[in-house]
Write a protein that binds this ligand. Sequence first.
Ligand code: AMP
Length: 120
Amino acid sequence: MSYDSNNVFAKILRGEIPCKKVHEDDFALAFHDIAPQAKIHVLVIPKGAYVSSADFFGTASDAEIAGFCRAVAKVAKDLGVEEAGYRILANHGADSGQEVPHFHIHVFGGQRLGRLITPN
Ligand code: AMP
């Protein structure tokens, strides 16, 4: 799948639509999910144009991957959920229900998170 530069996260990165930012550095932007599914639900996205986890982990540079992973860890720490625990999740493709075709990690926390996968 090729990258669609009109996806909503690309627009957020370009500043064309607003977000509730929690962190930004050279590699990543983090902001609150618009429809939170936990008390804390933050999205971390790479600055580069990657469709999904397969695209990012398979083709991004080592510096981008390291910088992005460190940003995820920093966001969780800054949100205050490191000690109590949190969950990170990335959807890839149709079966996962990925809605936005710009790679992103969900960070969930602030409550007990229950089962890993909820049966349909
Ligand atoms: P996924 O299903 O993994 O692609 O997750 C996409 C997430 O992006 C969903 O949890 C949406 O609620 C969230 N989302 C969509 N549009 C926005 C937006 N403008 N600002 C913040 N989060 C958004």
